[in-house]
Design a binder for this molecule. Sequence first.
Ligand code: IPE
Ligand code: IPE
Ligand code: MG
Length: 261
Amino acid sequence: MPNKALTSSTLAIPEVGVVPSHIAIVMDGNGRWARQRLLPRVAGHRKGVEAVRRTVEACMAMGVQSLTLFAFSSENWRRPSDEVSVLMKLFLKALKTDVRKMAKEGIRLRIVGDTSAFNEELRHAIAESENLTLSNTRFNLNIAANYGGRWDILNATRLMLKANPLLANQPETIREEHLAPYLALADQPEPDLYIRTGGEQRVSNFLLWQLAYTEFYFTERFWPEFGKEMLLEAVRSYNQRERRFGRTSEQLHQASRASAS
Ligand code: IPE
Ligand code: IPE
Ligand code: MG
C-alpha cells in the first residue's frame, strides 16, 4: 500500500474512507454573527475560538487525522488595523492557553503560512508551541495564518529551486513530485472535505493546490455556532458523494464489484 500521506490525487487514486482523513475549514462569519447580536465584530472572533476547540475535539473523536483551519488569510491585513491587532492578540492568547493540553492529548500543532510577518512575541509562541507538540502523532492540527494558496505555491517553487538549482535550466523536466514536497502540509493527505461556514461559496485563496479533488460543503451558519452536530452533517453530506478522481461512475461500480467477489 502506498504511503497514504504522500498520495497525490492527480498522480494516483487515493483511498477513500467513511471518515475523512483530512478536513479543511474556512472559519467564516464571525463578524456577521456578532453584528446580528449588536456586538462588535471582535466578539465574534472571541466566540470563534470556542468553536475551534469543539471542532478539534469532534474531529479527534471521529478518527480524523488532520484538521486545517483558516484563521487569517494573506489578504486579511487589508482589514482595519484595530481588528487585525485583536486577531493577533487572540491568536497569541489561544496558543498560550491551549498548547499544554494539546501536547498532552497527542495533538501536533503546526502553523502554516508566512509567519515572518508576525511580531516577535507571536513568532516565539508559535515556535514554542510547535516544538512542544513536535513528537505527537495522534492528530494534526494545522492553523493557516497569514496563509494564501498563491503564497504557498510560490514559496514551494522558491524552495524547490533553492534545493535543486539545476531544475531551473531544465524546466521541461519539472514534475509535480519535485514541487509537492515543498508545499505546506506535504506530509499529510490532501483534504478530503472542505467546509466553509458563513454562506459564501468561494475559496478565498485557501489551499489552492491541495484542494484539487476535495469535496466542498457550504453552510449558511456562522463559525461561532459550529460544533459537533454541524461537523457530522458535513461528513454525512461527504459520504453521499461519489469521488471519481476523473474516472466514470461505471468504472467505480466495476471496481467495487471486483473487490466484493
Ligand atoms: C472569519 O470571520 C474570521 C477571519 C477572517 C479572521 P470574518 O471576520 O470574515 O466574519 P464575516 O465574514 O465578516 O462575517
Ligand atoms: C477567509 O475569510 C479567510 C478566513 C476565514 C481566515 P474572509 O472573510 O477573509 O474571505 P472573503 O474576503 O469574504 O472572501
Ligand atoms: Mg468573512
